[in-house]
Design a protein around this ligand. Structure first.
Ligand SMILES: *Cc1c(COP(=O)(O)O)cnc(C)c1O
Length: 486
């Protein structure tokens, strides 16, 4: 299996070659040269597999240059009941992403698929835990090392640190805005005592952190000398790892491969739902893929109108579902590439236009094979938007009706899913975080704290390990160099 760039001007690469990198050299994102197909018979055969064995079957179609026995061992090491142990009462941790039917009426069914039972209580663990093991495996083979450098306002940084902690050949340097994360998120990251994890608390806001990451990634000499890499959401292996749980959700909600299901996905950078799109392109019988956004509705606007308009910082809102607070969707280019019939010249032109003019308009566009946006229905996408009041109302309603507490991002999903139900087609909502992570809004909605999984009760009281640093890129670089010894 070879990987090509959405912009068509980079050499094809293997899975292992793109594993440790980010963007393709031409600025595009990597995609497989063609999507592997899964037949109905194969699907039915997969129905009884454990999550780890299913992950192996799916990954094997993409990571063709990793020996099968090694890949299987990596899948089993990653997807174990011990790693995904933070289940609710009544859920079985060995299922990794257990499903729960919330409601069945008028022939439609609303189902929740738990993706947040990993170490950091958010769905990013599903992919990042695999990435940690894949990185360690690949680096050991090459006798190489990697220094991961990134910025976080919460979920991504902690998922990366928990995935990379204690891994041989890997260090993590993670910037976060000093005193701006929630007490819970701060404690999750800063309580890690592993010597290969470095938390840098920057005196500034998240944008200052991101600017420093950009400055370092533009300094090619420093990057090469210090063996700097990233783990952001455009990483292809992260997307592939996420494809697996769409298969698991489908197989758990159906009894035969002639049935269909739909998914609703709380979305920000389009990484999660992009994996759903890929599963659908592989032949998984998905009816609708519903994009749920919060007030940052770039994606909802596109799927309703065909207009993609990135937001400036004044138009990017800080909401109570903060992991969906995006101004543009970094994985979106992968879908546009497929929508435009894989015409990489047009993809390149459109995303250059995003840089120069802040967006593009496909509403009346006709490409070589017709009017693509009018034809968007064949990709199954629908969308909807949710607000703070919707989240509060939905958290209350789900608590009252089904007796479970959901987090704010999942609440956006349930709200939008309910607007897109089809009789006879189960609707699976992906639960992207546990409520303990976003307790402030739970208190507002329910007047009490969210329950915490065992082991998280006193996390804020644990000793913390971090360095406070000015928003000064030369200081950050000096810190990295001093700690890599390179
Ligand atoms: C990252 C995240 C999202 C958004 O996922 P994308 O892949 O960026 O679309 C939604 N909910 C939670 C809790 C997250 O951490």
């Amino acid at each position: 299996m070879q990987y090509v760039s959405t912009r068509g001007r980079s050499a094809a690469q293997s899975f292992s070659e793109i594993l440790l990198g980010g963007l393709a050299p031409d600025g595009g994102l990597y995609l497989p040269a063609e999507y592997p197909q899964v037949s109905g018979a194969e699907l039915d055969h997969w129905r009884t597999l454990s999550y780890a064995d299913l992950a192996f079957e799916v990954l094997q179609k993409f990571a063709t240059d990793i020996p099968a026995a090694d890949l299987k061992a990596l899948a089993h090491k990653t997807y174990s009941a011990e790693v995904y142990r933070n289940v609710r009462a009544g859920e079985d941790a060995s299922q990794i992403t257990p499903l729960r039917v919330l409601e069945e009426k008028d022939g439609s069914k609303l189902v929740l698929q738990a993706l947040s039972n990993g170490p950091t209580l958010a769905f990013k663990d599903m992919a990042m835990q695999l990435l940690g093991n894949l990185f360690e495996y690949t680096l050991a083979k090459k006798d190489a090392e990697l220094n991961i450098f990134g910025a976080t306002s919460g979920d991504t940084g902690s998922a990366a640190e928990y995935a990379m902690r204690g891994k041989k050949g890997i260090r993590v340097f993670m910037l976060s805005p000093h005193k701006k994360m929630s007490a819970f998120q701060t404690a999750q990251m800063f309580s890690l005592q592993d010597p290969n994890i470095f938390n840098l608390a920057v005196e500034g806001v998240f944008d200052d952190c991101q600017d420093m990451v950009k400055a370092v990634s533009n300094d090619h000499d420093f990057k090469a000398a210090q063996k700097i890499g990233t783990v952001n959401s455009i990483n292809w292996a992260r997307v592939v790892a996420q494809v697996v749980y769409y298969f698991r959700g489908y197989l758990s909600a159906t009894t035969s491969s002639d049935q269909k299901v739909s998914f609703t996905v709380p979305s920000g950078n389009f990484g999660n739902i992009c994996a759903g799109h890929i599963a659908r392109m592989m032949g998984l019988p998905i009816d609708k893929l519903v994009v749920a956004t919060n007030e940052n509705d770039v994606l909802d606007e596109f799927f309703r109108t065909g207009i993609y308009r990135v937001r400036n910082s004044a138009e990017t809102y800080h909401t109570s579902s903060p992991s969906m607070d995006i101004s543009k969707a970094s994985n979106f280019e992968r879908f546009i590439h497929d929508l435009l019939g894989r015409d990489s010249d047009r993809v390149r032109a459109l995303f250059q236009q995003v840089e120069t003019q802040g967006g593009f308009d496909l509403s009346g566009n006709s490409g070589s094979d017709g009017h693509e946006f009018a034809d968007i229905g064949r990709f199954g996408f629908q969308s909807g938007r949710s607000t703070h009041q919707d989240r509060v109302d939905t958290i209350r309603d789900v608590q009252a009706r089904y007796g479970i507490t959901i987090d704010t991002h999942t609440a956006d999903g349930i709200k939008v899913a309910r607007e897109n139900l089809t009789p006879g087609v189960p609707m699976i909502v992906l639960e992207t975080a546990l409520p303990a992570k976003f307790n402030e809004t739970i208190r507002e909605a329910l007047g009490r704290d969210a329950e915490r999984p065992a082991g998280f009760e006193n996390i804020e009281a644990l000793p913390q390990r971090f360095e406070v640093m000015a928003a000064d890129v030369s200081q950050v670089k000096a810190f990295i160099a001093a700690h890599t010894g390179l």
